[in-house]
Design a protein around this ligand. Sequence first.
Ligand SMILES: Nc1nc2c(ncn2[C@@H]2O[C@H](COP(=O)(O)OP(=O)(O)O)[C@@H](O)[C@H]2O)c(=O)[nH]1
Ligand SMILES: C=C(OP(=O)(O)O)C(=O)O
Ligand SMILES: [Mn+2]
Length: 625
Amino acid sequence: MDALEKLRELLPEEQFEKVKAIDNPELHAFLAEWIEWLEPSKVFVCTDSEEDEQYVRWKALYYGEEKMLETPNHTVHYDNYYDQARDKANTKLLVPGGKEIPFLNTKDRDEGLKEIRELMKGVMKGKELFICFFVLGPKNSIFTIPAVQLTDSAYVAHSEFILYRKGYEEFKRLGRNAKFFRFVHSAGELDERKTSKNLDKRRIYIDLVDDTVYSVNTQYGGNTIGLKKLAFRLTIQKAVKEGWLSEHMFLMRVNGPNGRKTYFTGAYPSMCGKTSTAMIPWENIVGDDLTFILPVNGVARGANVEKGVFGIIQGVNPEDDPIIWKVLHSPVEIIFSNVLVKDGKPYWNEMGVEIPEEGENHSGKWWKGKKDKEGNEIPPSHKNARFTVSLEHFPNVDLEALENPCGVEVGGMIFGGRDKDTWPPVREAFDWKHGVITMGASLESETTAATLGKEGVRAFNPMAILDFMSVPLGEYIENYLRFGEKLRKAPKIFAVNYFLRDENGNWLNHKLDKAVWLKWMELRVHGDVDAIETPIGYIPKYEDLARLFKEVLNKDYSREAYEKQFTIRVPELLAKIERIEKIYREKVKEVPEELFRVLEEERKRLLEAREKYGDYISPFVLERA
Ligand SMILES: Nc1nc2c(ncn2[C@@H]2O[C@H](COP(=O)(O)OP(=O)(O)O)[C@@H](O)[C@H]2O)c(=O)[nH]1
Ligand SMILES: C=C(OP(=O)(O)O)C(=O)O
Ligand SMILES: [Mn+2]
C-alpha cells in the first residue's frame, strides 16, 4: 500500500487533507511509518494557521504540561527534578559500525536505531501526537532548512511555535524538492506532575545518515526541542560538507559612531553570556544562540536560525537586564520553566526582589530549606530555569536583520568562556587563522548547570560547540580555516572573558562591562582606534577604554582596574597552550598542521616577552615598548 493510502487509514479526514496537500512522498512515508509505530490515540497536524497554533497552546494547558499564570499569556512548565539540563551521557550520534570519534559520543547505528525504536514502540498509546512543520533560518532564503517535528508533548510543540518560523506553507511550496530534517520525540510515561517518569530510559539519538533525531523519556528543552540543539548536530555536519559555518553563536548589531551598524557573532558555551550580551539594551539583538554563516560573494553573511529566545532566567534583574525584565513583566506569550510560582506569579534566583518562602517549583511543593534526596538544599528556582519568548516582543530586536533572506554582513566574531585566570577581558586576533586557532579552537570553559554533572570544572570546548559536535574535530577546524580563505575580507576575530577573578574569587568585572568591550571591538573592526600589540593579540589602550566607560556606562575606569584586568599572564597562558597542544596532538585525529605552527608561534612570542618583562606583564609596559 502506498504511504498516502496508509495515512488515509490512520488519520481522520481533516488531518489527512493537511498532509495530503504537501506533495512529498518521502514525507508521507516517514509519517505513515511513525504514526503506525508510535500508536497515538489521536493525531493533530499543524498548518501555519493561527487556529492550529492556538490549538497547541490550549492542549499544553489541557494536558497539564503547562499551567496558567496570573499575567495573560504567561504559563509555567516543569521538567522532572532530575531532567533539568542536557543529558550528555545519553545523547549519542549514530554512526555505521559505531566508529569511535574522539570527543564525540557515538554508537553503532543499527544497534541505536533498534534500541530507540523499541523504546518508542506504542509509546503514544492514550496520547495525542502533534505533527508540526517549521524552518531553520529565514523563510525562502539561502539559509532555509525545512524540518518536521513529531511529538506527544504539547509543551515542546508550543515552544517551537515561539522559537521557529512556521514551515507548513514552505513544505507545500517545496513539494518533492524539500530535503528536510526529522525529529521524533516522546516525553514517555508521565507522573502526576506531568513530568517524564522513566528517566533511566532517557535517550537522545542522532541519526546522521537520515538527518533524523529521536528523543524519548525527557522534556527539558535542550533534549527535546528538535529545531534547537538536536538540529544543531545535523546542521554542523551539513555545513562542514558544504563549506559554510553552523555555529553556537549569538548575532547582534553594535551601533557605532554616526549611525554605523556593525554585526557581531559570539560563541560562548551554554550559560556563559550569549543571551545577556545580545540583550544589551542600547545595542540590537538578532539572535542569542544559533547562527548560520554563509560565504556570499566573498562576504560572510550571518542569519539567526531561530526567531525566539530560550533564555536562562536566573540572575535576570531590573538593573542589569532592563529589557528582558520588562518583557518578562508584560502580557506577551511566555513559557516560564522550572521557576518558583506563588499566587500565580513567577520568581527566580537572584532576581533582585524579595522571593516568597514557599510555593511550587521544579521539586513540587517547595518551602525554604527543603532538601532533595541527596540532601542538597533546593533553591527557589533551578539554576537552568528558563523563559521562552519570541524576539518580536523585544524593543531592541533588529527585525530587518532577523528577516533578511540574505542575512547580514558579519564584521566581527567573538569567542569566550568561563575562565577565572588566563585570558584578558577582550583582545583581537592578528588575523583569521590566529583567531580561529588560538581563540576558537583553544577555547576552554568551566562546566555549568546547563548540562547534568559536576559544575566548575575547566573543560576543553572549542568554538563553544563541543557538546554538539557531529563531525571529527579536525575536519571541523579545517573547514573553519578554509572558510576564511573564501572571503574577500574576513570578519575580525576577538576573544572575551567576562569571568576573571581575583585571588579571593571576586569578579574583576561587572556584568555590564561587556558593553564597553563591544564598543571597542566595533571601533577596531573599522580601524578607528589603535591598540597595544601583545604576544596573544591586540588589547585596548587605557585611554580608549576610560573614554568608553564614561560614554557607555557613565563610569570612571581606573588605571589600576585596567592594569589588573589586562595584565598578560604568561605562566597561565603558556600552561594553556601546553594543554591545548597536548589535546590536539594526542586525542584529536587529522588536525591541520597549521594549528600546531600557530600555537608554537604564540608560545615563542610569550617566551620572548617573559625574557624581557617577566611573568606578569603590565599593558602599560607593552604600550611603551
Ligand atoms: N559574573 C558574570 N556573570 C555573567 C555575565 N554575563 C552573564 N552572566 C551570567 O551567566 C549566566 C548565563 O548567561 P546567559 O547570557 O543566559 O548565557 P547563555 O546560555 O550563553 O545565553 C547568567 O546567570 C548570567 O547572569 C558577566 O559578565 N559576569
Ligand atoms: C538550550 C541551551 O542553550 P544555551 O544555554 O546555550 O542558551 C542548552 O544548553 O540546553
Ligand atoms: Mn542563552
